[in-house]
Design a protein around this ligand. Sequence first.
Ligand code: ZN
Length: 318
Amino acid sequence: MLVRILGSAAGGGFPQWNCACPNCRALRAGNFRGKARTQAQVSISPDGHSWFLLGASPDLRAQIEATPDLHPRHTDEKDSRQNAARHSPIAGVVLLNADLDHTLGLLSLRELQPLRINATESVRRILVEDNSMFAMLQRVPGQLSWTDFVPGTTFPLLDPSGEYSGLRCRGLSLGGRYPAYVPPSRQSEIRIGEASLGRIVESNTGKRLAYLPAVPQIDDVLLKELGSSDVVLFDGTFWSDDELTRIQGSGQTAYQMGHFPVSSEDGSLKQLAGLAGPRKIYIHINNTNPMLNEAGPEYAQVREAGWEIAEDGWRFEI
Ligand SMILES: [Zn+2]
């Protein structure tokens, strides 16, 4: 399985348009030791030819352009059945939640390219039934088709024509928070366990990728899942629980936003210290997180603990 990290920041990206935190200020001033990042986006492929997107970030158009693997291939062969100028290696999308950071990019995929979107029934209904703009994705037969899946069950990733790609997926139910835009009437109809998922992707050779950009708690079930993975892409949103409230003077804590902080007595660095098997990578890093600063002690602490900090453009094979 091939993995490409197209974007590694949390919602808002780094720097964030309306943020003057120490990180964003230093980056704009050109004296930050660390890299700018677009909003979290991962793509996976069984063979390097067809690719599946895990989520669809608001930065998706630019992320595709920055990634030659995802560019359309031109063919000179004249085929009356197909438009030779239109093609995409992107075969489908797997959604983890209905957050705007994770779904707005779907609207950038509206140019009539056949794609399959896998989502829970709850997330599909929020997007398609409550948000009329998503009708642009279903203007003609054979455009974007939606496939529902149930958390906890394994399902195959299929290309738009229904052919099995060689990758299987399973959703881990990780939290009951739906985005604030979902009205109470809809919230009362949908299932709480479908709100926010982690993702386990498995290849035909049994290699496993765990993708968990939003983790509200760590328990034994989750530890077991992580322990049996080859690569873990884990929630690196906030360094500390009070990071945002300290910088903004108000707002929510990391835990209240459904993100386990990296540091502190019960943070993920400590909780996952015994996780020796998989390659461990923090992703979905908020622009305020001090571990983005490669000259700082937080960066050194994370690296010494055996963790990596994801960067846009990374490509690796599992
Ligand atoms: Zn900032």
